[in-house]
Structures are given as structure tokens and as C-alpha cells.
Design a protein around this ligand. Sequence first.
Ligand code: ADP
Ligand code: MG
Length: 700
Amino acid sequence: MRPPILDPLFAPLSALPGVGPRTAQLFARLLDAAPGEARVLDLLFHLPHTGIDRRARPTIADAVPGEVVTLTVRVTAHRPPPPGRSRAPYRVLVEDETGDVTLVFFSMVQTRLDKMLPLGAERLVSGRIELWDGRRQMVHPDRVLDPAEAEKLPPVEPVYGLTEGLSARYVTRIAGAALDRLPELPEWQDAAWLRRAGFPVFGEAMRGVHQPADMTPFLPEAPARRRLAYDELLATQLALALMRAQGRRKAGRSIAGDGRLTGAIRAALPFALTASQEKAVADIAGDLASPHRMVRLLQGDVGSGKTVVALMAMASAAEGGRQAALMAPTEILARQHHARLAPLAAAAGIEVGLLTGRDKGAERAETLARLASGDLKLVVGTHALFQEAVAFADLGLAVIDEQHRFGVHQRFALGRKGEAVDLLVMTATPIPRSLVLSYFGDMDVSLLTEKPAGRRPIDTRAVPLDRMDDVVAGLQRALAGGARAYWVCPLVAESETLDVAAAEERHAVLRQIFGDTVGLVHGKMPGRDKDAAMAAFQRGETKILVATTVIEVGVDVPEATIMVIEHAERFGLAQLHQLRGRVGRGAAQSSCVLLYKAPLGEVAKARLGVIRATEDGFRIAEEDLKLRGEGEILGTRQSGAPDFKLAQLALDADLIAAARDDARLILERDPKLTSPRGEALRLLLYLFERDEAIRLVRAG
Ligand code: ADP
Ligand code: MG
């Protein structure tokens, strides 16, 4: 149970004065709250990324154009727009002893301006000063106050990420109300470390960032922000360390395969494994056989063949008499894995179940029953795999595909479905060591370094959108020769509806040209329609598949050799690489057309250049790191489920190692977290919702 002292932080935002049902909804969108309502805590963790400094109080003559200043002025004249030209701005002239400034307002009601800036009154006016036609002006001052209320003007105003309908001032006010709910919490950090690092206490750090007295909280090395980042990192490392300690204590379950099933699968494969696939399979078999709990990362670029390694691992578990589950991040991918793995497993005389959110009714009940009895050894699915209703007789291995799409929570959850479950996580993302640490603590890594033999480089070109006709003509020729193509439409906005509209429109246009050989798949389609569209493309009944980025992850149709990416300039490098990785999977020559809207910006140009220059995922990731931040590489921003809210891995990499050592030391001294500091650390785990780990302390 969560300690009651934290209750005010987990209360819904609508519990705060000034938040109504409508704004609560907007906050839920802003804060990316899971279905339901955003909580006080979510807003507190929504840190401002910079501030507006209003402390500069120059005279008008000294005010530097382009800067934000707060002026003390007297109102000398009102200049309403001339009659009949209500669109023209309303001007108010103000002055001090040194000069004058024109305040400019658009579509503002006169009565409001009369009240805000009465003729002859003294006012504090804060905003950005500009030169226009050689005269000083300020367009829509951010703040206009009576000097008597000068203390209402914050020295520095925090700048929050916003969403439509929530104004900066409103969010600032509600964040203030959220801060008022912050309880006095015991210190969970080591006192000596805090002193050495110069970190403030938690509450002070929160206040320092949300209600800044100056601009220091927004410096990269700001102690307040770093303190909060460290709290988050320690919570994560502690949770990971608890998981590992638990694994070690409970270990002693070795899964020894006899090669019966893996041998049969190997014989059924239409290809020979690459050397690095063989090495990974052997690594994993070794881990399974050892009495220690496996936590292994299988890292391999798109198309390097991770899935078959997963199957071999799962078959090893089954040989040892235990169950294995493979979890994929999307429905499409789960079904595809199932469709590919089931026949191979069948060759070894073993069945693979399927469990997704969409499988319902009698079939689902049967799958659940067979998993619970242990009759069904292997299963593939989505998040649905770790819901309450799912019980395994003896889960020995959990494989998680495209791991960065899942949160820490979800990884824990699957591991809890059995006793000392061995964990294999697979990713196409070349994760730097510091990130591996931050996500998993110490973990072993297997690398798939080469692509399966016989692959040819993908011919990648950038083509401006106004040459679309050429692309369509090229496509016509290729299709006549039997090719199959993806046509990806971009993420237009945050709005999925708009993306879908773009894809539907493209689909309609291409249908006019290519007839009903054009399929469509997007995230808003009912699951069955999605499957049907994928299956038709897989079987070659449709030759062109128009898609939104739902196909980005993992989809495998080796016969597809053409990838057209529309508005390629809107995609990130990692995404482009993933998308292109959908082709070039067979022996035939593949091509990728990056359709872009000219003129390209600097960054977009650089991105398309990188994609054209190389297919090496590691190099692309490196370039990506240069062009953007690490969060983007991990795709957390796209998945909408970032693991870290406060820590910024690019800035705080040094803290990750410190937090890991700290966590190790803590558990050496206080493995059950029962000392006073241990109790405080439990609060920390709850605060960052790493509390799954607390169950481990209790269970252990
Ligand atoms: P990813 O690592 O991106 O998940 P997949 O596991 O989907 O890649 O494999 C990509 C394609 O390569 C699949 O069609 C798969 O059957 C094929 N493949 C995997 N291993 C080999 C191999 N050793 N030789 C030839 N093809 C292979
Ligand atoms: Mg894959």
C-alpha cells in the first residue's frame, strides 16, 4: 500500500482549486496521463524547460530592443483604430522621464484597455521591447500591473510545455497550487552525498524549478534539476537492483534443454543461422542452463533476424519443461510473429498460442486455461499477456520485442508471472552503454552484427514532392515486373485523425491509378481490418500498401522491395531507418524513395543525407545523437511512454553510474529497506512509481 503521506500527490488534478472537468481533460492530454485523469504529481513532474526573466527594470531609454523588460511608465494617450478599421491595432502610448513606448494591441476591447491602462495612471508593463520604424514598441505586453501590486510579478516566469486551451499563466498558477500540496518528506538521499553534490532537499528543488527566483534552475548543471533527476535515477536503479537481487536469491532454476526441439526447428529453417545468431543462441542457452537468472539484451539492427533467435530461446525453455512468452508492442507485430513462428514450432511438434487484447470469447478462455495448466508451452502476444487474468503454470522465459516501447512497469509485470523468470529483451536500437545501464542495470548483451547473407544494399533516393508523377510512373513499371511496395504517410500532427485522413487520401489517389491492388492500414482501423490488409499484402493480393507509421516496427514481408516515404523530412532518423528496414529483406534489389517537400531545412537535409549515405544502424544512431537528444533515439517520444520524466540522459549520464553504485550499497546495508533511510527510499520508489519493486522486498 502506498504510504498515505503521498496521497495528496496522487490525487487527481481536479482536486486543486481552479481545475474543472474541462481543464482536467486538457491537463490529461498535456501530461500524457494514462486513461483517466492526470494527478498532482504528473504536473509537478512536468518541469518548465526555461524561464522568462522579468527582473530587468531599465528606464525606457536603456531598454535593449529584443529583450524582455519590465518598465515603470505613465499612460499618456490612447489611439483606438480609426473608425471602420477595427482590424487595425489599438495603440497606447506610455512614457517615463527618459522616453516613450507604444503598446500595441490587436483585437482587444477598448473597455478592457481603458481599465487596464487608464489615462494618466502609473503602470508596470512587462514584455519584449522592439524597434519598429525607429520607434520603441511592445506588442501585447505579457503583464500590466498597478505598481501597488508589484509583488504579483514573479521575478522569473517558468515556461512550460503547453497544449491548446491551457495558457502559460494558468498552468503556472495550477503548478503553484500543486506545490502547495507537496508534503514535507523525509530525506531519502545520503546526507554526505547531498552536501558534496550541493543538492537541495526535494521540496526545495521542486519549488526552485517551478517558482524560480532567477535563471539558474534552467542551466544544465542546475543543482535543483539535477537533484530531481538523481531522485528519479536512484528510484530506477534501486528497483532494478531489487529485481536482480531477488533473481539471485530465487535463482537455482536451471533450464537445461536437450536440443530435441531446437534441433527440429533448425532443420525446418529455410536458411542457415548467421554466425552472430548462432552465438546469441548459444549465449542464451548457456544463461538458461545456469542457475542464475538471465537478464539479457539482444541487440541487432532491423532485419538482422532477432525473431528466429527468440524462437530458439523459447524452444530451449520448452525443452526444459517450462513455458515461454514473447511480447510484442503492437497487435500487428504479435500476429506476424505468431504467423511466422507457429509453423516452425509445428515442425518440432510444438504449438504456439496467441493472446492479444482482441482475442476474446471461447478461444481466449481456452488459451488462458491451457497456459494455466501448462499444456500450452509457447505463447506470443501483446500487453494482454501480463494482465491479471493471465496465469502461467510455469513461465521460465519472457522475451520482449522492441523493448523501448515498453515501460519499466510492463517489463516487471511480465517477469512476475512466474518464478525467477529469465528475461530476454530485443531491440533494433543501438543503445549506448549508459542507457542500457539506466534501463536495466547491469545486463548481458548479445549483438547480431551481420545481416543474413545475400542481402543487397537498398538504393535510397531523395525526391522532391513535385516529382511525384515520376515516382508513380516508376512504381507502375516496378509493379508490372511483380514488385510490392509500401507507401508511408507521415505523422502530420499530434492528431491521429489527421494522419489517418492523409493516408486515406493517398490511398484514394493511388487507387485511381493502380485500381484495387492498393491496400490501406492505419492505427485507427479495427484490428480485424488491419490484419486483413496486412495479410492481403503478405499474400500479394495487394501490391501497394499505404500505411501510417504503424508499420514502422518489425513488420516483415520479404517480397516487398519498394518503400516510398512521403514527407520524409518530417520523420526522425531512427524512424526513417526503421521504415526503410521494412524492405531489403530478401535477395532482390530493393529501393527506398524519400519524398520530401522542398525547400528542406538544415536538420532535415542533414537527416536525409545520413539515411542516403548509410544503412548502418549504429552510424545512423550516432548521427541522430548529434542531431537530436538520446530520448529520441530510444523512440520514447514516439511511444508516448517515456521512462524518465526528470532525468535527461544527455545531461545526466554521470548520475546514472552514481545511482547504480548508490543502489548497490543501499541494498548491501539494508536489503529489506527497513532502516529509517530505507523507509524513506520506499517513498521514493512509490513517488516514481517503481513500487513494483517493493513487492519484491516483501516477497523475498
Ligand atoms: P528483426 O531483427 O528486424 O526482427 P526479423 O527477425 O524480422 O528481423 O528477420 C528479418 C528477415 O530475415 C525475416 O524474413 C527472417 O526470416 C529472415 N532471416 C532471419 N535470419 C536469417 C538468416 N540467417 N538467413 C536468411 N534470412 C534470415
Ligand atoms: Mg523484429
